[in-house]
Design a protein around this ligand. Structure first.
Ligand code: HEC
Length: 162
């Protein structure tokens, strides 16, 4: 192959690579430090008959970063930059008490009305146990489909418990 041809091939491959990268689904950032964020509310789902038991059975706590705190209290659409974390732990019964067990996963909603416009302006993702491994394979569509029921509350179910 002539030198000039090889160069053209390399240019082509780089272009194709760039196009593929630009079409990748936008990613939700792992919410580093969320355990220091304001607590919104908690819920214990212990009965298999509960519609959310699979996969949300256990004890969950919800946290919001500073950016979204005021909106949680007052209502209205959340500003870009808001991050909400659904922190789900195993709940184990011990002598009449429910005790927090190991972490099952964290669910994350990150508001960015441009980046995530296909899912209501929110990026949805979930990270396994104590890792940063995402296990959401559909770009958050299945999460969004259920949260769509809360469209008039900017897709957020929970209310800030005073
Ligand atoms: C079957 C319905 C359903 C599906 C599917 C679902 N959620 Fe939720 N989600 C809820 C409900 C109901 C709450 C409120 C829980 C509470 O009030 O404690 C909630 C709460 C949340 C919250 C806290 C903010 C809010 O809306 O209250 C986050 C973050 C969250 N979910 C992320 C996710 C992610 C990520 C997925 C997909 C991996 C997902 N959810 C899938 C029903 C669902």
């Amino acid at each position: 192959m002539k030198k000039g041809h090889a160069f053209l091939w390399i240019v082509c491959l780089l272009l194709i690579g760039n196009i593929a990268a630009s079409q990748e689904k936008p990613k939700v950032a792992y919410p580093t430090g969320y355990r220091d964020w304001p607590h919104v509310k908690s819920m214990l789902i212990f009965d298999q008959k509960h519609p959310l038991y699979n996969p949300f059975g256990g004890l969950h706590h919800i946290y919001v970063n500073k950016k979204g705190l005021e909106t949680y209290k007052k209502g209205g659409p959340f500003p870009d930059g808001t991050v909400i974390v659904f922190d789900l732990l195993e709940a184990t019964m011990d002598q009449g008490a429910y005790i927090e067990g190991t972490r099952k996963f964290i669910g994350v909603m990150q508001k960015d009305s441009k980046k995530f416009k296909e899912t209501g302006g929110w990026g949805f993702d979930a990270f396994e146990k104590d890792t940063k491994n995402s296990f959401v394979k559909d770009g958050g569509k299945s999460c969004y489909d259920c949260h769509l029921g809360q469209k008039d509350k900017d897709y957020v179910f929970s209310k800030f418990r005073p």
